[in-house]
Design a protein around this ligand. Structure first.
Ligand code: PMP
Length: 421
């Protein structure tokens, strides 16, 4: 049981939840903000870090650090082994067939830019089409728009329902003879909608089209199996899955990735350099030019091991309980509208309260120690679809509690009274 500080009573958490023990793994959750216990509901933007990750990074820098791959000395070999072991962990975690199918990037954004620039640059020509959805994050729009200006390709955008679900039939009807690629988010960062990725990928493949799956928002909540999904590329960011910032993963099927030209040139990605001509290494090195984020990779592997230790069924049970509870409790606030009512959602709730600007809500929640995100959440075209400029978004992790949902709801009710009487 987690003490409910507002009511002074003991609040029932989900029976069997280990949330109290999990919370102890995250030092920052013990903080107070503005004199109140931190209620961290901005996990969709970035998740907090367990001690296992913090300690792993500290150990790396305290005892193992040197530059990797080219060193003959002991430390360099240890650092190289740690970095490559991290890649093995990532490959195992996402069930890639081989570790070389997992490229370390700075994050999901860089991974999408890599595919757009490398695969797109080599395989798309003027008049070719690619299929997106209106719920994409800017990271899965802008790199393709840059390709649109560079190559003259056309972006085709699939619509969604008022509940925030992709209209799958409409999506499929938009596939035409010039469609060369489909890219979509596994889960929407603004609505929470979980897209039927496996079904969409199978449909795209039936039309001979490869698929890039943006897993930035799904990887923290679901067990991802890239082979079961059969996606051609999968991207995600370490910091949203309890790992460090500045590290991410691009998974790609070996044949596809292996045929892609390098994205950036420099050290480590070359086989031989001469002014007469340079040759490149194979996978994954050809996509990792320069000194990589070694500590980030090692920290990410520690995060994935930690998540495996918690267990994906336990994570899903806790988060889906929080989602249902938050949806029910927030719905009872007068004038509050939830955007994103798909039956399959990850644990986040986007909402507006009539008559109060989202930024005012965010600022006043912060005064109560409650961290949420406000604004467009990098999905401006999505909000245009709803005639809005943004929302307030509470996004949950397995370490959140029903008591924290209660704190959010109580604070929102207070804000509503202050603003609207
Ligand atoms: N796609 C989605 C769905 C996201 O939510 C985000 C981050 N908000 C990104 C891509 C980009 O991730 P990053 O900023 O970590 O590169």
């Amino acid at each position: 049981m987690i003490p409910n500080k507002q009511a002074g009573a003991a609040l029932e958490e989900r029976p069997g939840a280990d949330v109290e023990a999990w919370r102890k793994d995250f030092p920052v959750l013990g903080r107070t903000i503005n004199g109140k216990p931190l209620v961290y509901l901005d996990n969709g933007a970035s998740a907090q870090k367990p001690r296992a990750v913090i300690e792993r990074i500290e150990r790396y820098y305290s005892t193992e650090h040197a530059n990797i791959h080219r060193g003959v000395h002991h430390l360099s070999q240890e650092a190289t082994a740690a970095y490559e072991a991290a890649r093995e962990t990532v490959a195992r975690y996402f069930n890639a067939a081989e570790a070389r199918e997992c490229v370390f990037t700075r994050g999901a954004t860089e991974a999408i830019n890599l595919v757009a620039s490398s695969w797109g640059g080599a395989n798309l020509t003027a008049g070719d089409e690619m299929l997106l959805t209106v719920m994409e994050h800017h990271a899965n729009i802008v790199p393709w728009q840059m390709l649109e200006s560079r190559l003259g390709i056309k972006l085709v955008v699939a619509p969604i329902s008022d509940a925030g679900e992709l209209l799958v039939d409409e999506w499929e009807k938009l596939i035409g003879p010039r469609t060369k690629l489909a890219a979509f988010c596994h889960a929407s960062n603004s609505l929470g909608t979980l897209n039927p990725a496996r079904e969409l990928i199978a449909k795209a493949h039936a039309h001979g089209i490869p698929v890039l799956l943006d897993g930035a928002q799904s990887a923290a909540h679901l067990k991802i199996d890239v082979r079961e999904l059969d996606c051609d590329w999968f991207v995600c960011s370490g910091h949203k899955i309890f790992g460090p910032t500045g590290i991410g993963v691009l998974y790609g099927k070996a044949d596809l990735l292996g045929a892609m030209p390098p994205y950036q040139g420099g050290g480590d990605m070359i086989d031989r350099v001469s002014f007469a001509g340079t040759t490149y290494r194979g996978l994954p090195e050809r996509f990792e030019a320069g000194t990589p984020n070694i500590a980030g990779a090692v920290g990410l592997a520690a995060a994935l091991d930690y998540l495996d230790g918690i267990g994906h069924d336990a994570i899903a049970a806790q988060e889906q309980d929080l989602l249902a509870y938050a949806t029910e409790q927030l719905s009872q606030i007068e004038g509050l509208t939830i955007y994103g009512r798909a039956p399959n959602k990850v644990a986040l709730v986007s909402f507006m309260i009539e008559g109060i600007h989202p930024n005012d809500i965010g600022t006043m929640l912060d005064a109560d120690g409650i961290a949420v995100r406000t604004g467009h959440h990098c999905t401006m075209p999505l909000w245009e679809r709803f005639g809005l400029t943004g929302t307030v978004r509470a996004s949950f992790a397995f370490y959140n509690t029903r008591a924290e949902v209660d704190a959010l709801v109580a604070s929102l009710k207070k804000i509503r009274r202050l603003f609207l009487g």
